[in-house]
Design a protein around this ligand. Structure first.
Ligand SMILES: Cc1cc2nc3c(=O)[nH]c(=O)nc-3n(C[C@H](O)[C@H](O)[C@H](O)COP(=O)(O)OP(=O)(O)OC[C@H]3O[C@@H](n4cnc5c(N)ncnc54)[C@H](O)[C@@H]3O)c2cc1C
Length: 461
């Protein structure tokens, strides 16, 4: 495929329209979000370009310690995925250079290796987009970025969608075009690292030296990396996918895939998961229920963050919710907790406390209790704005999959009714859907869930 044809791929954004520098010595893949060498459209683009230009390809990964709300818990997970990246890249003849703060500059790296072009991957969050804009202004060679972590390129949706029911038909229409498996093409010209070029070893634990926010400890129950993600995927597809429609709303059971941290860090791509699910022997209804979450709900979240600049503030709300909250802003709030009480799981509600502890102790919370957890934060906070910020802060701080479009969309759904519809009027919530301990407990065995978390807590003491 020619370079011009490649640049027209809807997954690719050409940030600088100039042609690749014919004098360039290589193609650089600036790996940020898609931290894998398998099913990675950004890496595939770099390899295709390298082969077309007759140049080697090198991936550059430089985790910076100042990602907002990220702490030792997140960086430890990220670091545990690095050996798989190095190994899988070398199988594709692609070089790997790992650096860290204060040597994390892409621009300096490019000055050292002299690329013909730089290919980056995309993440709809505003800080990452700012870095890409700055890089495109500072690089002396073209920068293209690739929407590598969604099945359907998010730009094809064109605008913010109102709900799953509006985005679903559009995604379903586009899916046949983007669901085909990707071939892991090898770089024809292997990368040879210049002897003087500095790179850290992919196998050392560098987090000890990284200057990080260290107040949240790593979680031993999670191991990052593509290999581990594939093991979890295989186990889920073989043993639990068939019961997914019934079990997915039961936090007391191991019913869901628990792949969200791997998707968040890009250790696994959504297409790999979708293909494993489609190839499974599970009933069609189970596959459909799972793909509804993996593709429709997840890509609705990406759409929300890409097209709504207020994605992490209550200001993202729809006019009906705005009007409704305005009518209820003076409502009496009989139970109020401070941020510290919430963080320490010191409320009167054993289910909420269990959910908070599951998140703090294990770095993950079940979807059904996440909904309840966020709605109670609204109920127990002095205002919608405060409740919203508290939910984002706790979610981003403790969940391994936090700081993700799914988190911002999930909190927006729970607290301000985003992607939902108006329900019956009630105090504090107005027309935003309400959940109570009694109604939630009817859906699953809340005692068993609370007991499970209690045992978990005992094992952590
Ligand atoms: C208040 C609240 C906060 C949330 N915070 C996050 C977050 O920080 N990060 C995060 O990844 N998800 C978040 N979610 C969405 C959802 O809870 C998780 O994606 C899911 O629980 C992850 O577990 P799993 O991988 O076992 O999911 P599975 O049920 O196995 O689903 C497979 C994949 O589909 C996607 N998915 C599943 N449910 C949803 C959903 N409701 N919306 C969008 N995508 C979904 C996820 O990528 C998930 O990994 C939040 C939801 C709510 C209500």
């Amino acid at each position: 495929m020619g370079i011009t044809k490649l640049s027209l791929n809807p997954r690719i954004t050409v940030r600088t329209s100039a042609a690749p520098d014919p004098e360039g010595k290589c193609v650089v893949y600036w790996m940020q979000r898609a931290q894998r060498a398998l099913d990675n459209p950004a890496l595939d683009t770099a390899v295709e370009l390298g082969n077309e230009l007759g140049k080697p390809v090198v991936a550059f990964l430089a985790p910076a310690p100042f990602c907002p709300h990220a702490n030792l818990r997140h960086y430890s997970f990220l670091a545990s995925g690095i050996p798989d990246i190095a190994e899988d890249l070398s199988r594709r003849n692609v070089g790997f250079v790992l650096r860290t703060y204060p040597d994390h500059s892409l621009i300096k790296f490019c000055e050292q290796v002299g690329p013909a072009i730089v290919i980056g991957d995309e993440n709809p969050l505003r800080e990452a987009e700012r870095w890409r804009v700055r890089a495109s202004q500072q690089l002396s060679v073209p920068l293209w970025t690739v929407d590598a972590d969604v099945v359907v390129p998010s730009r094809l949706l064109g605008k913010e969608h109102y709900a799953a029911r509006t985005i679903r038909p559009r995604l379903q229409e586009l899916l046949p075009q983007f669901l085909s498996p990707r071939r892991a093409v090898k770089a024809r010209i292997p990368w040879k690292k210049p002897r003087t070029l500095q790179s850290l070893s992919a196998h050392d634990d560098h987090t000890a030296r990284w200057s990080l926010e260290r107040s949240v400890s790593p979680v031993e129950n999670w191991q990052g990396g593509t290999k581990q993600a594939l093991r979890i995927l295989t186990e889920f597809v073989n043993r639990r996918l068939q019961d997914y429609p019934e079990d997915r709303n039961h936090p007391e059971l191991p019913g869901t895939s628990r792949l969200s941290p791997y998707l968040h860090f890009g250790h696994l791509g959504p297409l790999t998961i979708a293909h494993a699910v489609l190839a499974a022997s599970a009933p069609a209804a189970a596959k459909q229920a799972f793909l509804e979450q993996l593709i429709i709900r997840r890509e609705l979240s990406v759409n929300f963050v890409r097209y709504n600049s207020h994605y992490d503030s209550f200001v993202c709300l729809e006019p009906w919710a705005d009007r409704s909250f305005a009518q209820h802003s003076a409502d009496r709030r009989p139970i109020l907790y401070s941020e510290e009480q919430l963080e320490q799981a010191e409320t009167h509600d054993p289910l909420w406390n269990a959910a908070q502890k599951q998140m703090v102790l294990t770095g993950w919370m079940h979807n059904y209790v996440r909904m309840y957890w966020a709605k109670k934060i609204l109920e127990w906070s002095p205002s919608v704005a405060t409740g919203y910020q508290r939910a984002i802060w706790l979610n981003d701080r403790y969940e391994l999959d936090g700081r993700d479009p799914n988190g911002y969309a999930g909190i927006a759904w729970a607290i301000v009714g985003k992607h939902d519809r108006p329900w019956f009027e009630r105090p504090i919530f107005g027309q935003v859907r309400y959940m109570s301990y009694a109604s939630t407990s009817k859906k699953f065995d809340s005692h068993q869930y609370i007991e499970k978390v209690r045992q978990l807590e005992a094992s952590h003491v």
